[in-house]
Design a protein around this ligand. Sequence first.
Ligand code: PNS
Length: 159
Amino acid sequence: MKKAIYPGSFDPITNGHIDIVNRAQSLFGEIHISVIENPHKSPLFSISERITLIQQIFADRPGIYVEGFHGLLVDYAKKKHISTIIRGLRAVSDFDYEFQMALTNRHLHPEIDTVFLMTDEKYSYLSSSLVKQVAKFKGNIDSFVPISIARALQEKYPS
Ligand code: PNS
């Protein structure tokens, strides 16, 4: 079965990310959702909280694996013997950064390729940071994230 890594901060995972996982799995079969342990930004959810929340969402989905990683993404991919990285694109504004990352990764390990998938247009404006902002000020996030994530955000931002 073809395998791919879907890396990210996932702080927290949103319906846009889930849409990408679904699309990726129809192409690759086995998807390794890889949660970065030490992003530059200090995350709201700890690495173990993010992993657990994602595992719960995909609990009944064969072929979806969730784990944390640190260090260079390409080193992690190589260690796992996976040569495809999936990234989601929402809008043209994502492109510059993604292009830079993909080419840097290719420079580091030429045998690893990045495949870009476009999110459903209904998620094209969605981001984890906006979801957190809306949740913090008690806005309705029901159409942005699964219910488990909405509850986890409520716990982080008690009234
Ligand atoms: O969800 P994000 O924050 O956009 O994900 C970014 C991520 C985790 C894919 C990126 O920061 C990454 O790959 N970090 C690992 C360190 C690394 O390999 N850096 C060089 C890539 S240019």
